[in-house]
Write a protein that binds this ligand. Structure first.
Ligand code: AMP
Ligand code: ZN
Ligand code: FE
Ligand code: FE
Length: 281
């Protein structure tokens, strides 16, 4: 039994609906899926229903943007209680900030003589958690760029003219937020970060796991993070980071995490929840 624990849907910047993710995942022999949309869990109930209908397991999750020592990192939360009031409030704030950021990016594009309309981006995004890929798609649709790659290269990448930094919570607060919502906190795609120096401070802040397997990690990179995870007694996770079709085929299922890792994650989540319940009484 295998899992893909990093998937985006139409509720953020992915192009598959939760139902399509389940269909694609099933075709690729996956038994467990986790939805990790940026700053939202709105798609989790639909993923759960679609998984249940075909005997698959699903883990509710999200991907949050955090900061440590000035660097942007992504932290995945798994087994989260989607109705946790604080988590809902924080995700709502992130979504508002994302919408303001779209307006700012569009206004910078306008300043460059590109008459894109923010409403066109919102209409295309059709979700509460819009991001740069939506601006890229809008630029392509309106004929200002030939491809999403060109849109990022010319305008949207870090330090390009329409790039606007994203609001990020401190990594310590992010991990605490995930823990208080009964979840497990995992450092996403560490191989894409500038350095591993952040790992020890994250462990001190309560990090539970590392996404050792990711579609942009080489086998050597994955092995390196498996060793780091062992050294710090952290969970090992993995996911494709599928956003829909990528050069003709979706990434879902390109990472197949053995089920034993899911079982270990669940044990940690269950322990956290019983501790939370004990603290309540
Ligand atoms: P945002 O959360 O708005 O900053 O957008 C981040 C998302 O943009 C990532 O999750 C990727 O899906 C996508 N992305 C980031 N860099 C690139 C790039 N160079 N080309 C295409 N997509 C990218
Ligand atoms: Zn994304
Ligand atoms: Fe990410
Ligand atoms: Fe992601």
């Amino acid at each position: 039994m295998f899992a893909d624990l990093h998937l985006h849907s139409v509720f953020s910047d992915g192009t598959f609906t939760p139902e399509q993710l389940v269909q694609e995942g099933r075709q690729r022999g996956l038994a467990v899926l986790a939805l990790t949309d940026h700053d939202t869990m709105e798609g989790c109930a639909r993923l759960a229903a679609a998984c249940a209908a075909c005997g698959m397991e699903c883990i509710p999750g999200t991907e949050l943007t955090a900061e440590l020592d000035g660097a942007e990192i992504h932290i995945l939360g798994y087994f989260l209680q989607a109705d946790d009031p604080q988590l809902r409030a924080e995700m709502g704030k992130f979504q508002n900030v994302r919408q303001d950021r779209i307006r700012e990016m569009v206004s910078r594009l306008n300043g460059l003589g590109i008459p894109l309309d923010a409403e066109a981006v919102f209409k295309l995004a059709n979700c509460r958690s819009p991001g740069r890929p939506h601006v890229g798609r809008a630029l392509v649709e309106a004929g200002f760029c030939a491809s999403q790659e060109e849109a990022f290269e010319r305008f949207l990448k870090r330090n390009r003219p329409a790039w606007v930094p994203k609001f990020r919570m401190s990594a310590v607060d992010t991990i605490q937020l995930i823990h208080r919502a009964g979840g497990v906190a995992v450092l996403a795609h560490p191989g894409l970060n500038r350095s591993d120096d952040i790992i020890v401070p994250l462990v001190e802040a309560g990090l539970d796991g590392i996404e050792c397997y990711h579609s942009r990690h080489s086998p050597a990179t994955s092995e390196h993070y498996v060793q780091l995870a062992e050294q710090h007694e952290l969970l090992v996770t993995g996911g494709s980071d599928c956003h829909g079709f990528n050069k003709g085929r979706p990434l879902i299922g390109t990472i197949k995490l053995p089920y034993s890792h899911v079982a270990e994650m669940r044990t940690v989540a269950n322990q956290r929840r019983s501790r939370l319940r004990m603290a309540e009484v």
